[in-house]
Ligand binder design. Structure first.
Ligand SMILES: Nc1ncnc2c1ncn2[C@@H]1O[C@H](COP(=O)(O)OP(=O)(O)O)[C@@H](O)[C@H]1O
Ligand SMILES: [Mg+2]
Length: 336
């Protein structure tokens, strides 16, 4: 973005961001006849006399234009084509300061990778490194690349056009809003067209995940842990355009985690999921094993493991049924 004023012509700038015309008009910049120049070249074409006579501050004009474009892009909810194809982790150090035993791990679009390891080993840390787009500036010293390159810093700080959607272990709502108001705010910030329809879709998906149903008038502060989890998952899945989804241990959230995963994993996202749950771990094509803060190895899910997964899913369904029966006040029997 910083280079668009020196890289592309004013004509191209106008095609990409038609609203810049207003900026030129407001600042009395007559660009007619200069459309083939970059904005930077255009600013430099003024003679010293002109700069003095009209009090032209070229540096400020360029900065303000960039800021104007930034704000308009945000305001209009324009999705910049990020085209994320891959995410790469470059090795850092484990808790003992020993270099991790790999050079780099690349995860491609549409891939699901699980992260396994004992509690306290560093699974959440790895997710945090990715969320922060670490550049040797976290305790692990890892570096994260996007499409093989160090990502633009804006991804770290922009809250609107986020690189990653993270579902963290703890979710605390402090805002005094109903579920509907919360979803409405979020939908508005995304410039969604059929707002009410999408909001309905989210609440349906959330209730489909949560054990206890809630509705649009429920204050978000009174949602249970499982319900707020379900809401965030449905919201992320349906509203978020983030190309990377990070999931930290959804199993303890009192929600149907298989359904949650299916909702989150659509088409072209990159999904990383820390888990202790064998079913979730084996759904992934690969799993990263963390030991003592470092990535110890990466294991491909084998054919045999995929067969085990089918059995695990059957067992899960049995347990899920028992859970539902318990909730409904029924008794449990061995015969199904
Ligand atoms: N490579 C590392 N170097 C230094 N500290 C680390 C490293 N990996 C993890 N830690 C720290 O260890 C603690 C436990 O890690 P965490 O990611 O919360 O574990 P888990 O999610 O697997 O339970 C955290 O304070 C984390 O910052
Ligand atoms: Mg953790």
């Amino acid at each position: 973005m910083n280079n668009i004023l020196s890289k592309i012509s004013i004509k191209e700038l106008q095609q990409k961001y038609p609203f810049v015309i207003n900026y030129f008009a407001n600042n009395k910049l007559d660009i007619q006849g200069y459309e083939d120049m970059t904005f930077e070249e255009y600013l430099n074409h003024f003679t010293e006399e002109e700069v003095e006579e009209w009090a032209i501050d070229t540096k400020k004009l360029a900065e303000d234009l960039l800021e104007y474009i930034n704000q308009m892009v945000k305001f209009l909810g324009i999705k910049e084509d990020k085209g994320i194809e891959s995410l790469t982790i470059l090795a850092g150090k484990d808790k003992s300061g020993i270099k991790e035993g790999f050079e780099k791990i690349t995860i491609n679009k549409s891939e699901i990778v699980s992260i396994v390891g004992p509690t306290g080993s560093g699974k959440s840390r790895l997710l945090a490194d990715i969320e922060w787009a670490a550049h040797r500036d976290t305790p692990t010293g890892r570096t994260i690349l996007i499409n093989g390159e160090i990502p633009d810093k804006k991804w770290r700080f922009s809250s609107n056009n986020r690189l990653v959607a993270q579902l963290s272990q703890n979710m605390n709502f402090v805002m005094d809003l109903t579920v509907h108001e919360f979803l409405e705010l979020h939908a508005q910030s995304r410039m969604i067209e059929n707002e009410e329809k999408i909001i309905k879709e989210i609440i349906e998906a959330a209730n489909n995940l949560a054990g206890e149903k809630f509705n649009l008038d429920t204050p978000i502060t009174s949602l249970s842990g499982g319900q707020s989890r379900a809401l965030m998952i449905a919201d992320t899945a349906i509203l978020s355009s983030s190309p990377i989804v990070l999931i930290d241990e959804i199993e303890n959230a009192g929600i149907d985690r298989k359904k949650a995963l299916n909702l989150l994993i659509n088409s072209d996202k990159i999904v990383l999921m820390a888990t202790h749950d064998p079913t979730l771990a084996l759904i992934a094509d690969r799993r990263i094993v963390i030991k003592n803060g470092g990535i110890a190895k990466v294991i491909e899910t084998s054919e045999e493991e995929k067969e085990v997964l089918v059995e695990l899913e059957k067992m899960d369904r049995i347990i899920q049924n028992m859970r539902n029966n318990l909730r409904e006040g029924l008794t449990i029997s061995i015969k199904r």
